[in-house]
Write a protein that binds this ligand. Structure first.
Ligand code: ADP
Ligand code: GLC
Length: 482
């Protein structure tokens, strides 16, 4: 089967979160199963820095706008582990400091940027090869489904080509003013509640949900949750209508990147049978955060996260005064919303011996936290899948999570340290504090703790199984369209 992926992030070039990990790893798993996969990604400034001399595959594609054209080049991102990567180059739109936003807010022309990206992918495949199925990710690529079923409707080469849309996060939908219909040359009769309109905005993700042949999301629990008013962000009734075509497929882990037995970023290697290296990683982590004096009996709690409301930082802040009285230290790595960057920096300044924060994006420190912490904290308000808790399991770092989305599907708390972690249901700081309390209590019993670590480390979340599930979805939509 020939599959084209389109997404706004992909490891190793462009990453703010788990989307990049998925778009990096799933195509490789599909290629291993014998499929032909190519991935399209915008040629952001950061990508251009990493691959400055990417060869030109297509020198000029015309993308029309109301009174002007833009011209896009398709560049060769290389064949990596069986997957062909292409970059969509349009310097006026992508040669910028960030992918989506500045600290002052989203780029004002994001609709044009990702509308152009979607059209460019469609046009490029007409030359490079029309796939059997498009697999598009989140609102930034959702327009591919809309365009193919509207302004490309009469193009004979796409008639039978279905689109699968993966929703990684329904909290981000791509809302734009009505006038954007004209900017993107979309017919006004699609600006209705049944199609692209929502609350008098053009909603990219909604369009994708209406027009894609099948929808997937990244855990079974989140597939149910987004069909409710609480998690659907206004799209729940539409998602209920499409529930027959909506599949929850839990993300996998790329163990070439995230395995303490081979991880090049950590100071010692270890496995489920030979755990010794973990204490060296712990020392190294404490050193990286300037916490050298911390003893064995003190629990090291790690956080790696985008700083966003979704991630439940207000719960952490709310329990901070209470938490610092416990025998623990908290090491946090993250960046994102300025409000949380400031708040957490203030917390670290208030409790310097107990709380440390590094405000940045740093892949090496992220790996060090996974390896060197005793516990990993993810009190998310909602979490479509969540990858860090699954990485933590492999690193023998016990997750403490809120029971939502993929966190609920992957973490199981049982009495007396059974299960693979700690989880809480409440939407309040006390429930979080209680869960941390249970973890700290269990941490005192080293045998019980080690058994729990080993149980998590032995679990297998590799991509092979989810890749098979995606293939079944592709087969179904291809069949339905033929
Ligand atoms: P989300 O996609 O919602 O951010 P996930 O748990 O799915 O959450 O994935 C987050 C990914 O991004 C993980 O690979 C994590 O290690 C990485 N990550 C998040 N913040 C940072 C950061 N500040 N520095 C390095 N890696 C980060
Ligand atoms: C999103 C979600 C996260 C998920 C990731 C990859 O960013 O917030 O939960 O793991 O996408 O699917």
């Amino acid at each position: 089967m020939d599959i084209v992926f389109a997404a706004s992030e992909c490891t190793p070039w462009a990453k703010t979160g788990g989307l990049a990990d998925v778009v990096g790893a799933l195509p490789r798993a599909l290629a291993k199963l014998g499929h032909t996969v190519s991935v399209f990604l915008p040629y952001y400034r950061q990508v251009a820095k990493a691959v400055p001399d990417a060869a030109v595959v297509l020198p000029s594609i015309t993308i029309p706008f109301p009174s002007y054209n833009r011209f896009v080049r398709i560049l060769d991102g290389g064949l990596i582990l069986g997957v062909q990567h292409y970059f969509v180059d349009c310097p006026e739109l992508f040669d910028r400091e960030s992918f989506y936003a500045t600290p002052a807010g989203d780029y004002a022309d994001n609709a044009e940027r990702f509308g152009l990206f979607s059209r460019a992918v469609i046009e490029a495949t007409k030359v490079l090869g029309v796939p059997d199925v498009f697999h598009v990710h989140d609102w930034q690529a959702a327009m591919i489904a809309v365009l193919l079923r509207s302004v490309y409707f009469f193009d004979p080469v796409f008639r039978r080509v279905p689109v699968v849309l993966s929703i990684h996060n329904a909290g981000y939908q791509g809302w734009f003013p009505p006038q954007t219909m004209e900017t993107l040359l979309l017919p006004w009769d699609m600006f209705t509640y049944q199609k692209l309109e929502q609350n008098d905005t053009l909603n990219f993700l909604k369009g994708g949900i209406v027009y894609a042949d099948a929808l997937t999301t990244v855990s079974q629990k989140y597939a149910q949750e987004i069909q409710t008013g609480e998690f659907g962000n206004g799209l729940d009734s539409l998602l209920r209508q499409r529930s027959g075509d909506l599949f929850g497929i839990l993300n996998g882990v790329d163990y070439d990147e995230w395995d303490p037995a081979v991880d090049p970023h950590i100071s010692a290697h270890y496995t489920v049978d030979k755990l010794d290296g973990k204490s060296e990683c712990r020392r190294d982590l404490l050193h990286a955060f300037g916490l050298e004096g911390v003893g064995e009996e003190t629990a090291v709690i790690g956080v790696v996260s985008r700083f966003a409301t979704q991630k439940g930082f207000d719960f952490i802040v709310a329990i901070m005064d209470r938490l610092v009285r416990e025998d623990m230290v908290l090491v946090m790595l993250g960046n994102g919303e300025e409000y949380y960057e400031r708040l957490l920096t203030e917390m670290a300044a208030r409790y310097p011996g107990k709380v440390r924060v590094q405000v940045k994006y740093d892949n090496v420190i992220a790996h060090k936290i996974e390896a060197g912490s005793d516990m990993f904290l993810m009190p998310s308000r909602y979490e479509p899948c969540g990858l860090n808790q699954i990485y933590s399991l492999k690193y023998g770092t016990i997750p403490i999570v809120r029971a939502t989305g993929g966190l609920d599907d992957t973490i199981d708390e049982q009495p007396f340290g059974g299960g693979n972690g700690f989880k809480f249901w409440g939407y309040d700081p006390k429930s979080l504090m209680d869960a941390i309390g249970r973890a700290l209590g269990t941490f005192q019993n080293k045998d019980e703790w080690t058994r729990m670590m080993r149980r998590g480390m032995a679990q297998d979340f590799s991509w092979e199984k989810p890749a098979h599930e995606y293939v079944r979805v592709y087969e179904r939509v291809i069949e339905n369209r033929s």
